[in-house]
Design a binder for this molecule. Structure first.
Ligand SMILES: *Cc1c(COP(=O)(O)O)cnc(C)c1O
Length: 474
C-alpha cells in the first residue's frame, strides 16, 4: 500500500468504528440506566449521554477503537456519580497542619455548626427587633459580643478579611495617601497583595523604609497633606529574620495621631487568646492592637478565631460607621449563617471555654502525652503485622499564622518498606487513603507516611482506625 492508500484505509476504519457508537435513544433505554431515568432530570441524563458519546467520537478520530456498549454505560454512570457526589464532605486531616487552607481552615465547634444549620433551615430575626417589631440592624448581636471581647467601640462583619481590608481602604482612604512599610507591601496567599488591594480601593500606596528595616522617621518623612492613614500589615505567613526593624504599633499610633492620621491594622489571623501559652510564638492579639492605639483592626473569622469564614472590622465607632455606610459594605456583607456561627464561636471565648469547645484551640492545647497515647491506640488496632511506628512529630498552625512556629506532636508513621511490602509506593498509599469516605489526608515525608494525631478530630478516630485496617487488610 502506498501512503494514500494507508490514509484511506485508516479513515475507513475510523468511519466503521464511529458507526458502532449507539444513539442517545438506544443508551437511554439501557437497563443499567433505568434507575437514573426515574430519579433524575431527563435533560441532565441526555446531556451526560451526549457528552460521553462526543468524547468517544473524539477518541475514535484520534485512532482509538470504539468503546463497547458496556463501557459506554459505565462512563455515563461514572459521570452521573461524580455529579451527585458532594465534594465538600468531611475529611480526616492527619497532616498536622491545624489551619489547613486546602482543607477549609478552621473546623467549627459543635455549637457554631448547630447555630449555622438552624439559621439556615429556619427563619431567623436577622433584621428584626423582636421587642419592638421594628426593623433592626443585622450587626447588633455581633457588635455587642465583639465589643465585649476586644474592647472595641464598634464592629462590622463582612465576607472575609480580604473584603474587610478592601472595604476599609475604599471607604476611608480612596483618593488619598496610605503609608505602608516596604517590608509590609506583601502578598498574603493567593490573590491578596497589599499593593493591588490598595490600588483597587483607589488609595495611593506610599511605600517607606526598606524590606527589612523601616523606622518611625521613615513614616514621618512621608506624611503630607494628602496622607490619610498608616496601614500596618501582619506578616502572617512568612518571616524576615535577622537585621530587621519595624516600629511597634504604639509608636505608629502615636505618630499617626500626632498628624491626624488613622492607624489601620490588617492583623490577618487576629487571635483572641495568647498562642504563647502553648509554646508557640506570640501571635498579635486583637485586644492588644486596639489597646496599642490602632483605630481599626481587620482580621479573619476562620483563622485563629476558629469560626466560619468572615472578615471582622473592629475599632472606632465613627470609622466603623463610615465603613458600614460605603456601598461596598453591602456587596461584601456576611450572610445569616456566618453571623450565627461567628456569634456561637465568640460565646465560647466569653464563657472561657474556647480551649475545650473550639476545635483549633483544643488541638493547640491538648497535652502531647495524650497524642502519643492516641497514636499507640491506632498502632495497636493495626496489630504487629503492619510495621507502623509511633514517632514524635511537629504540627504547625498553618493557614497564614505563625510561620516557622511548630507544636510538638506524635504521629503514626508507615515506613516506605511497609507500603512496599504490600506492593505500593508511599504515593500510591497516600492516594488510596484519599479515596476513602471520609478521605484521609496524611503527610508524606521522605521515607514514611505520617498520621499526625494533633489534627485528627477525636470523633474521627474510629473511622480512621477502620480505614487503616481496611487499607492494610487487618
Ligand atoms: C489571611 C490574611 C488576609 C486575607 O484574609 P481572608 O480571611 O483569607 O480573606 C489578609 N491579610 C492578612 C494579613 C492575612 O493574614
Amino acid at each position: 500500500m502506498d501512503e494514500r492508500q494507508t490514509v484511506a484505509a485508516a479513515s475507513q476504519e475510523r468511519a466503521s468504528e464511529l458507526r458502532k457508537l449507539p444513539s442517545v435513544a438506544t443508551l437511554l433505554q439501557a437497563d443499567e440506566l433505568a434507575p437514573f431515568v426515574t430519579t433524575m432530570h431527563h435533560d441532565t441524563l441526555v446531556r451526560t449521554i451526549q457528552r460521553v458519546l462526543a468524547e468517544s467520537r473524539e477518541a475514535i478520530l484520534a485512532g482509538e477503537p470504539a468503546p463497547s456498549h458496556h463501557e459506554l454505560i459505565a462512563r455515563v454512570q461514572h459521570q452521573l456519580q461524580v455529579l451527585f457526589t458532594p465534594k465538600l464532605r468531611p475529611v480526616i486531616n492527619a497532616t498536622g497542619v491545624i489551619l489547613h487552607t486546602n482543607l477549609g481552615r478552621a473546623p467549627l465547634s459543635e455549637d457554631a455548626a448547630i447555630a449555622m444549620a438552624e439559621a439556615a433551615r429556619f427563619y431567623t430575626p436577622l433584621e428584626l427587633e423582636l421587642e419592638t417589631g421594628r426593623r433592626g440592624g443585622r450587626m447588633r448581636e455581633l457588635a455587642t459580643l465583639l465589643r465585649e471581647l476586644t474592647g472595641a467601640e464598634a464592629a462590622l462583619v463582612v465576607n472575609n478579611n480580604a473584603a474587610a481590608v478592601l472595604l476599609v481602604l475604599s471607604a476611608l482612604c480612596a483618593g488619598r495617601d496610605v503609608i505602608v512599610s516596604r517590608g509590609q507591601a506583601v502578598e498574603i496567599g493567593g490573590g491578596f497583595r497589599i499593593p493591588d488591594v490598595l490600588a483597587q480601593s483607589g488609595a495611593r500606596l506610599v511605600e517607606v523604609g526598606t524590606t527589612n528595616r523601616t523606622y518611625v522617621r521613615d513614616y514621618a518623612a512621608a506624611i503630607r497633606p494628602e496622607t490619610v492613614a498608616i496601614l500596618s500589615v501582619h506578616w502572617s505567613n512568612f518571616r524576615i529574620v535577622g537585621f530587621t526593624v519595624q516600629p511597634t504599633l504604639s509608636e505608629l499610633a502615636e505618630l499617626a495621631h500626632q498628624h491626624g492620621l488613622w492607624l489601620i491594622a490588617d492583623l490577618g489571623s487576629g487571635a483572641l487568646l495568647d498562642t504563647a501559652r502553648y509554646g508557640l510564638a506570640h501571635e498579635p492579639m486583637v485586644q492588644e492592637e486596639l489597646a496599642a492605639g490602632a483605630d481599626l483592626v481587620c482580621f479573619s473569622g476562620d483563622k485563629l478565631l476558629g469560626g466560619p469564614q468572615a472578615g471582622i472590622i473592629v475599632g472606632r465607632h465613627d470609622l466603623v460607621q463610615r465603613v458600614a455606610a460605603h456601598p461596598l459594605a453591602r456587596a461584601v456583607r456576611a450572610d445569616k449563617t456566618t453571623l450565627a456561627g461567628l456569634a456561637a464561636t465568640l460565646r465560647h471565648y466569653l464563657r472561657g471555654e474556647a480551649e475545650q469547645k473550639i476545635p483549633i484551640w483544643r488541638m493547640m492545647s491538648i497535652p502531647v502525652e495524650a497524642l502519643e497515647q492516641r497514636c499507640q491506640t491506632w498502632q495497636h488496632a493495626l496489630g504487629a503485622a503492619v510495621a507502623a511506628e509511633v514517632v514524635p512529630s511537629e504540627a504547625a498552625v498553618g493557614g497564614g499564622s505563625l510561620p516557622g512556629s511548630t507544636l510538638p506532636s506524635w504521629a503514626l508513621a508507615i515506613p516506605e518498606s511497609t507500603a512496599r511490602a504490600r506492593g505500593m509506593s508511599l504515593d500510591a498509599l497516600a492516594a488510596a487513603l484519599r479515596k476513602n469516605n471520609p478521605p484521609v489526608v496524611a503527610r508524606l515525608e521522605e521515607h514514611r507516611l505520617m498520621f499526625d494525631a494533633r489534627t485528627v478530630l477525636p470523633e474521627q478516630d474510629t473511622q480512621l482506625i477502620a480505614i487503616l485496617r481496611r487499607t492494610f487488610s487487618v
